[in-house]
Design a protein around this ligand. Structure first.
Ligand code: ARG
Ligand code: ASP
Length: 708
């Protein structure tokens, strides 16, 4: 009773409402989170989750390719991640005759599992707090440059003190904006094979229409396997490699979840900025997001028109369209969410509280006004930066060809022919792949529209003068870059003449002039301001932690291993509407639109549904759960993360967030921020009943923790 009470008191004191906010460092769980997690229903200890002395949950959590998360679900290195995380690999094994995207793929035995050159799986051996060592000698009087160079030296010294195997790495990362440093010792496996994937009609069900949307019915999963050398250590691909034997793998719960159940999500979130001042969030909502949204909307409108007109174009542009549309949609939800939850007003109120808590002689007195002044100074530049990066850096595909050409030229001129040839040999396969999915007509129309927007909105002074009145048509006609044939023939010439021709190419010259103008007028000055902002952000973080010593602060995401926990919970997307937290197979059938590329359903799935052939993969009422949501605080990079129950079993697979709460990257709000997970039972149902891959089911540990 006493410890129960003291936990309650502690929680009230910390001003937490079991909300789910925070991405916590596994190493610090014991001191910061264990009590609260157990209070919320967790039956595990911090040591069960992260330990360097015994196998713990962390030994099953794997950074997939450096951009997603995955987890080990068998004693033979079977790896579960999202379909959208393995999309590139699945696509690369696909052809018109053997279309894995369309039909799915299931290796019948280990021999049939498909190798994926370049794909890696990274495990975390150990996390070490190295703050003292990295910040040794650093003083507040130092200039930013001096500070950075001392930190770099300290990192190098730390690294040289470790005796690592060639497959290991020691990565040091700043936390709390450079107030603390943690080191990660990692082991990276490099023979990762594709084991199975459902067809897109399951793995990408709902596609862009349902992306970021709840209620959701996507079976966004795929299976891979880690292979190791005979000593269980990382090795290059070889037929003699064997399935990796993990220190821990996650059992899978057949009991699933109910509203209110504890959930833990373990993975590698990419980037959040929770401690920005109100001035910065205001800039995002008022300036950056509207600009970026408008640009992408224009580009997407043009691509969509061509995709609808022609099936071949649709296939060519599907993946590019999805990528551009993903963040376009996210930013719209983000801005709406910040407004709806009064995110800026809340930050302002908090800043008032902070300011009035400072003593009269506090060194932090002017911090917030310095922030505001700098953001104000930055604002017009940030607007051009966002325009330039979206227009030139992202949506006009020709610009990518220009930057490749530029690198070829500069390699040749600065480092000689060998360097040119090295880069060229890498870039040719890339170009072949690029042109396969490139349509110069579409790009030309995007170019015309976006450049017009750019000139109208940011002004001619940021655009190379000589092409003020740009004529996209003659421009695309006269450059070699927009044509595979012309470009490849140019590159087949001897280096010297290829470089000479590139330098005279109208697109090349235009791109170079644009970039130089941008760098001088915007790039350099804004870098200078960002540098100062970074430093202020570090000081602000420190000031917050000193001013509110009783509050718990979690570090912003930085692609390192984190834990977030919450509960299964619905939310109100708008007034008077309540979303419940679990979807079912019936909902897939409700959304079914025969022949539609987003909402089609395979005959096999329809048949299973008709016959109610669900096996052991239903809830208590006999329905097959498909997806569920929770209050776990996740971001990009958390895709593929396991959702884990109170006992340490896998209950789901994280893959998205609900649209209304995508502002969680700046302003987590428990009322509407929800992560979306595929229910593990849907995954098992698809593997067992739809794919008939029973050998994989046998390989897994299926458990019933609630019936114990
Ligand atoms: N919104 C999810 C994330 O940010 C899924 C994206 C992949 N799916 C898609 N339809 N684009 O990664
Ligand atoms: N869909 C994201 C990912 O791929 C996850 C998110 O942004 O919530 O990592």
């Amino acid at each position: 009773m006493k410890s129960y009470l003291s936990t309650i008191l502690l929680v009230c004191f910390l001003n937490l409402s079991f909300a789910g906010e925070g991405m916590w460092i596994p190493l610090l769980l014991k001191s910061l989170n264990e009590a609260e997690m157990q209070q919320m229903g967790m039956k595990l200890s911090a040591e069960d989750i992260y330990s360097i002395n015994k196998g713990s949950l962390k030994d099953a959590i794997v950074h997939f390719g450096g951009f997603c998360t995955s987890e080990i679900i068998s004693s033979e290195g079977l790896l579960l991640t999202n379909h959208h995380c393995g999309y590139g690999q699945i696509q690369s094994h696909s052809s018109l005759e053997n279309n894995l995207l369309k039909n799915g793929f299931w290796a019948k035995n280990k021999k049939e599992e498909l190798a994926n050159p370049g794909l890696t799986a990274t495990l975390i051996d150990q996390i070490i707090d190295v703050s003292e060592k990295i910040l040794a000698g650093v003083t507040e009087e130092m200039t930013l440059k001096e500070r950075q160079s001392l930190v770099d030296q300290n990192i190098a010294a730390l690294k040289s003190g470790y005796n690592l195997a060639d497959y290991q790495d020691l990565v040091v990362r700043p936390f709390y904006h450079g107030n603390q440093y943690f080191a990660f010792i990692t082991t990276t496996y490099r023979d990762i094979r594709l084991v199975g994937t459902p067809p897109e009609s399951i793995g990408k069900f709902g596609a862009d229409t349902d992306n970021w949307v709840w209620p959701r019915h996507t079976g966004d999963f795929a299976l891979f396997r880690i292979y190791a050398g005979p000593d269980n250590m990382p090795a290059d691909y070889s037929e003699n490699n064997i399935p990796y034997k993990p220190k821990h793998h996650l059992p899978i719960s057949l009991d699933g979840v109910e509203e209110g159940d504890f959930t833990l999500v373990f993975g590698f979130p990419g980037r959040t900025q929770e401690y920005l001042p109100a001035a910065a969030v205001e800039q995002i909502v008022e300036v950056s997001n509207p600009a970026k949204i408008a640009i992408r909307e224009t580009a997407l409108g043009i691509i969509d028109k061509y995709m609808r007109a022609d099936e071949e174009t649709r296939i060519k542009y599907a993946s590019k369209f999805a990528r551009v549309a993903n963040y376009w949609k996210k930013w719209i939800g983000e801005s709406k969410g910040i407004k709806r939850t009064k995110g800026i007003e809340k930050k302002k109120a908090f800043e008032k509280e902070f300011q009035s808590a400072l003593s009269a002689d506090s060194p932090y007195k002017n911090l917030l006004s310095e922030f505001s002044a700098l953001y104000k100074e930055q604002e017009p530049l940030a607007y051009v930066r966002d325009y330039y990066s979206e227009v030139a850096g992202r949506n006009i595909e020709l610009m990518r060809l220009i930057s490749i050409s530029n690198r070829l030229v500069s390699n040749y001129e600065n480092n000689g022919e060998e360097s040119y040839n090295n880069y060229k040999s890498r870039v040719i396969p890339w170009l072949e792949n690029f042109y396969k999915d490139y349509d110069a007509r579409i790009d030309q129309e995007v170019f015309q529209a976006l450049v017009t927007m750019y000139i109208e909105d940011v002004g001619t002074e940021y655009f190379p003068k000589q092409i003020n009145e740009i004529d996209a048509e003659s421009f695309y006609k006269n450059t070699a870059l927009s044509s595979q044939e012309k470009m490849m023939s140019l590159l087949s010439e001897p280096a010297e003449s290829a470089v000479a021709k590139l330098k005279e190419d109208p697109a090349f010259m235009f791109g170079k002039a644009w970039r130089e103008l941008y760098t001088e007028k915007v790039g350099n000055p804004i870098n200078n301001i960002s540098y100062q902002l970074d430093s202020l952000q570090r000081i602000y973080m420190k000031a917050l932690m000193e001013t509110f010593p009783d509050r718990r602060f979690y570090p912003d995401a930085n692609s390192t291993m984190r834990i977030t926990y919450g509960k299964v919970d619905g939310y109100n997307p708008v007034d008077a509407v309540r979303y419940t937290p679990i979807t079912y197979l019936d909902g897939v059938i409700e959304k079914y639109q025969p022949g539609d590329y987003e909402f089609d359903v395979s005959d096999k799935l329809l048949e299973l549904y008709e016959k109610k052939d669900y096996g052991q993969y239903t809830d208590k009422t006999g329905k097959v759960p498909v997806c569920f949501i929770g209050t776990n605080h996740t971001t990009g990079g958390n895709s593929g993360s396991p959702a884990i129950d109170a006992y340490g079993n896998l209950i789901g697979l994280n893959f998205d967030r609900a649209w209304e709460g995508t502002m969680s990257d700046y302003n987590y709000d428990a009322s509407i921020c929800r992560n979306i997970m595929v229910d593990a039972r849907y995954i098992l149902f698809v593997v067992d009943k739809l794919a008939g891959a029973t050998h994989l089911i046998e390989e897994m540990d299926l458990v019933r923790p609630k019936q114990k």
